[in-house]
Design a protein around this ligand. Sequence first.
Ligand SMILES: *[C@@H]1O[C@H](CO)[C@@H](O)[C@H](O)[C@H]1NC(C)=O
Ligand SMILES: *[C@@H]1O[C@H](CO)[C@@H](O)[C@H](O)[C@H]1NC(C)=O
Length: 134
Amino acid sequence: MISFPSNILFFYLLLSAFNPYNFIFQVHAYDCEVTLINGSTNQVLTAHCQSNGTDVGTTTLDPAGTGSFLTPVAGDKRSVASCDMTLGNLHGHFDVFDSDIYRSACAVRALSWRVDESGLYVFLDQQWSLKYHW
Ligand SMILES: *[C@@H]1O[C@H](CO)[C@@H](O)[C@H](O)[C@H]1NC(C)=O
Ligand SMILES: *[C@@H]1O[C@H](CO)[C@@H](O)[C@H](O)[C@H]1NC(C)=O
């Protein structure tokens, strides 16, 4: 029989090894789901996004299209996500997540943007507000 200095410690380590959240909490506290909504009436929105430096690919948002990706939010580490967006002949590069600004907004795990010809609207405090012009 193998003896351990502390059975409690052993069981803690055993549980930790099989707890999927253990790994996640060590890497980052949680993911914020950033959602992009095509708010144009007649144009396709294309977005190519980076989540804190990692390319998350390109999405094309068709009628009533929405697309989303996850970006990490960690205790005191800053995290920024940005997208290159094209809507018809409009083009721009925008930060769609910055933990310094949206950490508390994303405490509910999601942050939504609606994009139309005027620019980018963010959903905060139960309303859409125009945050960026093209
Ligand atoms: C999104 O894009 C398409 C173009 O593919 C457009 O027809 C549609 O009305 C747009 N907007 C919404 C809210 O679906
Ligand atoms: C985001 O990237 C920066 C620069 O690489 C890094 O210092 C920071 O820890 C990252 N943030 C998270 C939440 O991983």
